[in-house]
Write a protein that binds this ligand. Structure first.
Ligand code: C2E
Ligand code: CA
Ligand code: CA
Length: 603
């Protein structure tokens, strides 16, 4: 090991004060030398360090700084030494901040964190700072050493990165990604606290048109203004996000207060109303809202809740401008059920499970058979015969209704043809659903079906359509009814009396027959109102020269009462229940009307 030695020569003096000689003293200063070396090394490192260094004495007066300090703060070494670190103070942090900082130093000897300071130039900068209290071996405070680096830019880059991945650049609002992560958290805490949250989708009405008319700049301005108005409607712990072009989403708390929620939704709608003046043209924006609440009776995930709110919004938009629609959990279950039923019934159609039963329509007085109504049933492999009321409602408006309707029409025509060939002339009535009539070229389709049975002539087929669906698109239906009439196919307005039954509609609809809904017939015996409805329908029919058929003749008394009013044509259990085609010839042979009916109303 190398030893460092310091030698000194000391003069020796005699008693008289004369120099008598010299002694050499040799000291081993290895340790001292090492300490010096360390100090020089430390100095060099600190001098070169990119981290700024500032050392103060226990009183807080700066005693040393390095080059990086000068580079960072702009203060030269000579300017800094003798001052206190207050020359760097930004004024951005309150006394509370500094108290916490010092108490940490006193307790643990160190503080670490981010702090805003001010350069000599006046610019603010953010630094990552470590302050250490340096004590000697005896524990006495000697210095405070502060090491720091400027992280202003780094921070800005980080924030920029977070902003672009989590925020919408136009409005600065959180985007869908950030909304989703906040939603996950909020749903989690709602699970613990039992509080309810509402996820609200807001979409501007007619924004695409606005953009097209006035340009993207005006569109962007509008979005920014509305985003600011919406921001004013939410609490600090709530989220407003922009999730698409003109779509915003809000995550609101406290939805258990229904009245409060309603009021807040109204405020959001008000915020979406923005008066705009573009080159003198006045426009006002408006928004539609879709709302999904959480928790729900069955567990849902965040993505699902987002879809629900979106779905509710879609329904609000379908209903018109400025609507609010709540996602309906029960309704969704119905939809799921509907979906299952559609699949099941499609399969049933393919496997030939549908059958037609026929119910005779007669003249009650003469007993003559006027026709039969084809009524659909499903021959279920386990449940047996299923009436149409249990499955038709699920398929209304679907293409399956068109396909099943097609099967019904062809099967009924085949049956009518069979009867006719066997010398049995019965007209067959077939029920149509509205969607069948809405198919393009319905008349051509009908003609095609008729052509497959050239033996059938005018009057062998009648079509029935429910009154209420006929008036939904009265112009189109009127045209179809008139064209079918030319082919020799008459129309009957089914369930008449349950729809509009107005003069205006009836005048426009050239249907030959009105079928009085069975509910009025059934109740007319004891309900004067139903009786007067029946009388009213008869009046209408007479005025427009339409035939009338009464449905629901369940008893002799019903027939009697109808005949007294002048109604002769009827269907009902008192005459016959719907039956398989094979039972019809036998029924014709057996059937006799009540003797009393032959005379009622004729005296
Ligand atoms: P609807 O067209 O009014 O058919 C008459 C319904 O009344 C039939 O019910 C029939 O069984 C029932 N009915 C007949 N007489 C009486 C009676 O005296 N009292 C009572 N309470 N009811 C009587 P069903 O067969 O269950 O059919 C119900 C409905 O399903 C039909 O009402 C019709 O709207 C629809 N439907 C049946 N088959 C078809 C079809 O092939 N296509 C379409 N689109 N709808 C059909
Ligand atoms: Ca019918
Ligand atoms: Ca009916």
């Amino acid at each position: 090991m190398t030893h460092w030695v310091r030698t000194r020569k000391l003069p020796l003096f005699d008693d008289a004060g004369h120099m008598a000689g010299v002694v050499g003293i040799c000291e081993d200063i290895t340790r001292e030398h090492a300490a010096d070396e360390r100090l020089r090394l430390t100095n060099r490192i600190l001098e070169r360090s990119r981290e700024a260094l500032m050392i103060t004495n226990p009183e807080g007066v700066i005693v040393e700084v390095n080059e990086a300090f000068t580079r960072t703060t702009g203060f030269a070494r000579t300017e800094a030494i003798g001052k206190t670190p207050r020359i760097l103070s930004s004024g951005r942090h309150g006394p509370e901040f500094y108290r916490a900082l010092w108490s940490s130093i006193h307790e643990s000897g160190q503080w670490q964190g981010e702090i805003w300071n001010r350069r000599r130039s006046g610019d603010l900068y953010l630094e990552q700072l470590t302050i250490t209290a340096v004590r000697d071996e005896a524990g006495a405070l000697q210095h405070y050493v502060a090491l720091f680096s400027d992280i202003t830019e780094l921070k800005a880059q980080q924030e920029q990165l977070a902003r672009v991945t989590h925020h919408d650049p136009l409005t600065g609002l959180p985007n869908r990604l950030l909304l989703t992560s906040r939603l996950v958290q909020a749903m989690d805490s709602a699970g613990h606290t039992g509080r309810r949250l509402a996820l609200v989708y807001l979409d501007l009405d007619g924004f695409a048109r606005f953009n097209d008319t006035y340009g993207n700049r005006a569109g962007d301005d509008l979005l920014v203004r509305i985003s600011e108005a919406l921001r004013a409607c939410i609490e600090a712990d709530e989220t407003l996000a922009r999730i698409g072009g003109d779509e915003f989403a809000l995550l609101l708390h406290g939805a258990e207060d229904e009245a409060g929620l309603t009021e807040r939704l109204a405020r959001l709608q008000a915020a979406a109303r923005c008066a705009i003046d573009i080159d003198g043209v006045q426009e006002e924006s408006s928004g539609s809202l879709g709302v999904a609440c959480y928790p729900q009776p069955t567990p849902v995930a965040a993505e699902q809740l987002l879809r629900q709110a979106e779905h509710a919004l879609y329904q609000a938009k379908v209903a018109g401008r400025q609507r609010v629609h709540f996602f309906d959990v029960a309704q969704e279950d119905t939809q799921r059920q509907r979906h299952r039923m559609l699949t099941e019934l499609r399969l049933a159609l393919m496997q030939g499970e549908f059958v037609l039963h026929y119910q005779p329509r007669v003249n009650m007085r003469s007993g003559a058979l006027l026709g039969v109504e084809a009524l659909l049933r499903r021959q279920h492999p386990e449940r047996g015969l299923v009436p149409p009321g249990e499955f038709l409602p699920y398929i209304e408006d679907s293409l399956l209704a068109v396909d099943i309707g097609d099967w019904v029409l062809r099967a009924a025509l085949r049956q009518a043809n069979e009867w006719k060939s066997a010398g049995l002339a019965v007209s067959v009535s077939v029920n149509l659903s509205a969607i069948q009539l809405q198919q393009p070229d319905f008349i051509a389709y009908l003609q095609g079906c008729l052509r497959t049975h050239p033996g059938l002539g005018p009057g062998d087929l009648e079509l029935e359509i429910v009154e209420s669906s006929a008036v939904d698109d009265i112009a189109a239906v009127s045209r179809l009814v008139a064209e079918a009439d030319k082919l020799g196919v008459g129309f009957a307005l089914d369930d008449f009396g349950t729809g509009y039954s107005s003069l205006t509609y009836l005048r426009r609809l050239p249907a030959r027959t009105l079928k009085i809904d069975r509910s009025f017939v059934l109740d007319m015996l004891h309900d004067p109102e139903d009786l007067s409805i029946v009388q009213g329908i008869l009046g209408l029919a007479r005025a427009f020269s339409r035939r009338v058929v009464a449905e629901g003749v369940e008893t002799r008394e019903h027939g009697h009462a109808l005949l007294a009013l002048g109604v002769e044509e009827a269907q009902g259990f008192a005459i016959a229940r719907p039956m398989p085609a094979a039972a019809i010839p036998g029924w014709i042979l057996d059937w006799r009307p009540y003797a009393e009916w032959a005379t009622t109303g004729t005296q």
